[in-house]
Design a binder for this molecule. Structure first.
Ligand SMILES: [Zn+2]
Length: 375
């Protein structure tokens, strides 16, 4: 892709080299068919909208500066180039985000996973390199990548100190006694939510909610579901229920669908205006729950997003909505139809709840927490 400055927004009707650049970027992300030809057609607009949606950009189907920059950054995947801290021109891209996320999952403080290689990322990377016997030069090259890859997607290693702490936490038994948690399966009754053949969102999320209820209860929590199979409470009824129950945490469950067959992955939402005001605990839980699900299922991470929805706004406790996969995506659908996978998602949510109520210094790396056998 060409220069970032002085860019005329591209949209339906645009054509030429700039459009071809955009289409190449969309194709490399698997969002556009190979047949696109430099004309900003409907398929291009749809792909741009989808890209904007999953990136949390304003969804207008046009490519202005912001979307163009995000597309440029999305070109990089981990291993494409050497990553290091450049104070003058900080390196940006999805490869940086990926590195930051891996370090965070392993328990290293690499700053926010914002896709910008800053001082904190360098410090976190050096700590990782030291612990794994690599040259602690703060540069992510082949040796560091190999070490990161050997640890796999599902992290089973981590810093010995953290592992010791989490082991003693596991030994200490059911930790959620006294916690009141409301689990809210979306839709219900006549409102099925999104569907794929016989499969309905309302049934899937009720199944998930029941599995989560079982695991949380086994860990000592008091759990309430906002609905049964045949009810469809309004958002006001759901939030009033949680408020009356004096819940410590509210977890709403949904499954997504999209016109684009490429849309897939897990997103989480917490209360926030996007311009400063947000629920800190909500944001933390949204992050923990999504990361645990992604680490354990391999689904795509669509990030956490602040929203002012009634469901999140009218609850008096930290409230999070988790959208687990796209019923319209062939792979996500297969995963969601697998009962074992739904059990895995429930375990991931349990681990996130445990971590939320766990002292920060004893927090185990993502993907490692297991419920003690004796419970
Ligand atoms: Zn839904």
């Amino acid at each position: 892709m060409g220069s970032e400055s002085d860019m005329q927004p591209l949209g339906p009707g645009s054509h030429g080299a700039a459009v071809a650049d955009v289409q190449a970027a969309l194709r490399s992300l698997g969002l556009l068919e190979p047949s696109s030809d430099g004309v900003y057609d409907q398929a291009t607009e749809l792909a741009v909208r989808h890209f904007q949606q999953v990136r949390g950009l304003s969804v207008d189907g046009r490519v202005g500066e912001e979307t163009y920059r995000a597309l440029s950054e999305a070109r990089w995947s981990l291993g494409d180039r050497l990553l290091h801290h450049d104070p003058v021109r900080p390196m940006r891209g999805d490869d940086v985000t990926n590195l930051q996320e891996r370090l965070l999952e392993l328990g290293y403080d690499a700053g926010r996973a914002d896709g910008i290689f800053g001082r904190e990322t360098e410090t976190g990377l050096q700590a990782f390199q030291r612990d794994y016997g690599l040259t602690a030069d703060g540069t992510c090259g082949p040796a560091t990548l190999r070490a990161l890859r050997q640890l796999g997607r599902k992290v089973t290693g981590g810093r010995p100190q953290l592992l010791r702490q989490s082991a003693s936490f596991v030994d200490s038994g059911p930790h959620l006694i006294g916690r009141r948690i409301v689990v809210d399966p979306g839709h219900g009754g006549a409102d099925t939510g999104v569907t794929a053949g016989e499969t309905t969102e309302s049934d899937l999320v009720l199944d998930l909610a029941s599995r989560i209820e079982g695991r949380l209860a086994a860990a000592g929590a008091t759990v309430y579901l906002t609905r049964g199979r045949h009810q469809d409470p309004t958002p006001a009824e759901r939030t009033a229920f949680a408020n009356d129950a004096r819940a410590d945490l509210f977890i709403s469950l949904h499954v997504d669908a999209h016109d684009s067959p490429h849309a897939r992955g897990v997103a989480s939402y917490y209360y926030g205006t996007g311009s400063g005001t947000s629920s800190t605990v909500g944001e933390r839980f949204a992050d923990l729950a999504r990361r645990e699900v992604v680490a354990r299922t391999g689904m795509l991470d669509l990030g956490g997003h602040p929203k002012t929805w009634d469901l999140l706004r009218m609850t008096r406790m930290p409230a999070v909505r988790l959208d687990v996969g796209y019923l319209s995506h062939p792979v996500d659908r297969l995963l969601l139809l697998d009962a074992r996978l739904r059990g895995t998602v429930a375990s991931a949510v349990l681990a996130a709840v445990q971590r939320l109520f766990l002292p920060a210094d004893a927090d185990p790396p993502t993907g490692t927490f297991v419920l003690p056998q004796k419970v």
